[in-house]
Design a binder for this molecule. Structure first.
Ligand SMILES: [Zn+2]
Length: 385
């Protein structure tokens, strides 16, 4: 790994630190992320958010056909001051205490163990460093390959395997360096509720989330991810939720990007784009039902790159979130970064693509969202004024 000043449109600068492998939600095995053994099964599985998933993401970038386009950089830990850009002091103190004692569940399936707090700091700091690399003009395309993930972490509490909102903290780094309008596009299969919450009352950060229609999942995740969560105060109209039906697939996502995300970016005119990426929208993810294939990830990332060329001078920060199939998440990452590079041909073929046939549901849903969002924003503005 080398910290070069190599600036090229043809490279993606990846920020990584081995210390992030030390985090574990639990060493015990169970049914999905419950970590419970009901006694029915001979073979239990590890927690889905484990170090192996990002090991494969790292190795496919090092040894896959995309490797000539990749430059690795050493990540770093976040400072306490950086955490406070997004999180409350009380919450940061709670995390520090939990990190010291170890074994503390902050909510269901979300636990700090020995090494976890250091890993969380490395994830947040490496994302800040990736953003700074772009801000300093060393790169246009940077990717924070980090864990634990961040997009469910809200200013004052943890949620869904997330402790610190890595992307949210990095957005503040850009705001503080003078950027006036930053757009965050979240394609993880779950609602990016933490990021939305952190910027819910701001009109200088547009948060957009495409997700399966999972709704609220308890006290750690009170947000519904529905269309009527449009922002608050001057933030009204600057949060766009795109809840999509299960099995929306490649065409459904491409349609939602073209019909909803592209016009939203056109109206907002961001100076910086942040792609919050989870490969748990893939066709084989244990935690997701959206059935995107490698081709879908490639296409979505191509659209993001086109939008970046249009609005941000080509600048995109990609931040890693979920993605739990050990093989396919890595393959979908490879495809997405190919799309971000706008390569004329695919470098890696899909080993297993399955294509659903019910995308018409997604198309109908996107049409409804397009029609309803503006009237919901109008209604929210009228009732808040
Ligand atoms: Zn997710």
């Amino acid at each position: 790994m080398a910290d070069g000043d190599e600036s090229s449109d043809e490279l993606i600068h990846v920020f990584w630190h081995d210390g992030m492998l030390a985090h574990t939600n639990s060493s015990s095995y169970g049914v999905f992320d419950t970590l419970q053994d009901p006694g029915f099964l001979d073979v239990l599985e590890p927690h889905p958010e484990n170090a192996d998933r990002v090991r494969n993401m790292k190795s496919i970038l090092q040894r896959g056909p995309i490797s000539p386009y990749i430059r690795f950089h050493q990540g770093r830990a976040a400072t306490q001051q950086e955490l406070l850009y997004f999180h409350t002091p009380e919450y940061v103190q709670e995390l520090i205490a939990a990190g010291k004692s170890g074994g503390k569940f902050l909510c269901s399936g979300t636990c700090l163990n020995v090494g976890s707090w250091e890993a969380a700091l490395l994830a947040a700091g490496s994302t800040c460093k990736a953003m700074q690399h772009i801000l300093d003009g060393h790169a246009k395309l940077a990717y924070a390959l980090v864990r634990p993930p961040g997009h469910h972490a809200q200013p004052s509490h943890a949620d869904g395997y997330c402790f610190l909102n890595n992307a949210g903290i990095a957005v503040h780094v850009a705001l503080m360096s003078g950027y006036k309008r930053i757009a965050v596009i979240d394609i993880d299969v779950h609602y990016g509720n933490g990021t939305a919450e952190g910027f819910y009352e701001r009109d200088d950060v547009l948060t957009v989330s495409l997700h399966m229609n999972h709704g609220s999942w308890g006290p750690s995740h009170p947000q519904t991810g529905q269309l009527d969560e449009v922002g608050r105060g001057k933030g009204i109209g600057f949060n766009l939720n795109i809840p999509l039906p299960n099995g929306s697939g490649d065409q459904g996502y491409e349609y939602a990007m073209e019909e909803l995300v592209v016009p939203a970016l056109g109206a907002f005119k961001p100076e910086m784009l942040v792609l919050v990426m989870g490969q748990d929208s893939s066709a084989f993810d244990p935690n997701g039902r959206q059935c995107i294939t490698m081709e879908g990830y490639r296409k979505v990332a191509q659209i993001i790159r086109q939008q970046a060329e249009l609005h941000t001078g080509g600048k995109v920060l990609v931040v890693q979130e979920g993605g739990y199939h050990l093989t396919y998440a890595a393959y979908c990452l490879h495809a997405a970064l190919e799309g971000l590079l706008s390569l004329p041909q695919a470098l890696l073929s899909d080993p297993i693509a399955y294509y659903p046939e019910d995308e018409t549901f997604a198309v109908e849903r996107v049409k409804q969202i397009k029609y309803q969002y503006n009237s919901l924003v109008q209604k929210a503005r009228t009732s808040s004024s």
